[in-house]
Design a protein. Structure first.
Length: 345
């Protein structure tokens, strides 16, 4: 490998341009050498903005380049499987955006291919609740709340509240897959390190506006993804974890609440960790010690993974498969109206 990890970008969407690309360009030990977007013109715009030497209109041509060691797959979930499999077959290490795939079968195939090639593969972790996740894990491991009885994750946005608005990009099952509603998968990325994997799930999903214009002024199409979803998960270790999410809610507060036999933790999405134990009068602010800082370091982590300086990333393809398994079970439960046991066959 060259002195620097040489990176190619497949799909430079909003999050890639806002966060990943600037951080990669500022990181040590890596250089961004090529970008392929939906069209050559859009790739050229990104290349011009970020001074990337080689804009490309064909992602397969990017994978064929000898000066690309690794790729970031920054597309929406519908394309992750094809791009990741293609990259691994081309001998490239892979960093894939957060939602691993549009189905469990795709996710399993991606993980199997990475294992078979021996190449490095990781997912971009969610930024949700970043800054407190490691400390919450520590508090749970050291029995701050005692044995956890219940936990609740709440996510509320108003993106789908206007019945006359066209289909929102996150409602489009053709790009996100029917198993990826709202931020259900993102919350499970946060909850799984704290509570492990469910042994079964029960889910409800509701679509308040069943048909929308495909695009502004476009034809009406059926909305295939729910406007709101609630998932009840019985965890193997005992707790019951409930996720309540809505895309049609005004003034909701995004947070996670954890209730144990000895105390309570409240984790707001935008900071301000709160806690209380038996004998306390009320919840109080908890300061996160510096040694539990878990600030964003995805780009540096990927470089270290590719270089062999670490063996396992924070969010591996194996983790992604477990996440997608919960999402698939959630979808089955919504459509079949029953509990679904995990792991899935």
């Amino acid at each position: 490998m060259a002195a620097n990890v040489r990176l190619g970008i497949i799909g430079a969407g909003g999050f890639t341009r806002r966060r990943l690309l600037p951080n990669f360009l500022a990181a040590d030990g890596i250089e961004v050498v090529a970008v392929a977007n939906r069209t050559l013109a859009s790739a050229e715009r990104v290349a011009s903005e970020f001074s990337i030497p080689h804009p490309m209109g064909d992602w397969r041509a990017l994978l064929a380049r000898d000066d690309v060691d690794a790729v970031l797959v920054g597309t929406e979930p519908y394309f992750h499987h094809e791009a990741v499999i293609g990259a691994l077959e081309a001998g490239k290490h892979v960093l894939c955006q957060t939602r691993m795939a549009a189905s469990l079968a795709e996710a399993r195939a991606m993980h199997a291919k990475a294992e078979a090639t021996g190449l490095k593969a990781m997912l971009v972790p969610s930024a949700s609740f970043l800054g407190v996740r490691r400390y919450v894990k520590h508090l749970l491991d050291t029995d701050y709340v005692g044995a956890v009885r219940q936990a609740f994750g709440y996510y509320f946005v108003s993106n789908y509240i206007e019945a006359g608005a066209p289909l929102h990009r996150r409602q489009d099952h053709r790009t996100f897959g029917v198993i990826n509603p709202l931020h259900t998968g993102i919350y499970w990325d946060v909850l799984r390190p704290w509570f492990g994997d469910p042994r079964r799930v029960l889910a409800w999903g509701g679509t308040f506006t069943p048909r929308r214009a495909e695009s502004p002024g476009g034809p009406q199409i059926a909305v295939e993804m729910p406007d709101a979803v609630t998932v009840v998960a019985e965890m193997a270790g005992g707790p019951v974890v409930t996720c309540v999410q809505s895309g049609a809610a005004l003034f909701g507060e995004d947070r996670i609440e954890i209730f144990g036999e000895e105390g309570t933790l409240v984790v707001p999405l935008h900071g301000g960790l709160m806690g209380a134990r038996k004998g306390d009068e009320a919840l109080a602010a908890l300061e996160v010690p510096p040694e539990y800082d878990d600030s964003w370091a995805v780009e540096e982590e990927f470089v270290r993974l590719v270089r062999g300086e670490i063996d396992r990333p924070e969010l591996s393809f194996a983790d992604g498969v477990k996440n997608i398994e919960v999402l698939e079970a959630t979808h089955r439960s919504m459509t079949e109206e029953c509990w679904v046991d995990l792991p899935l066959p």
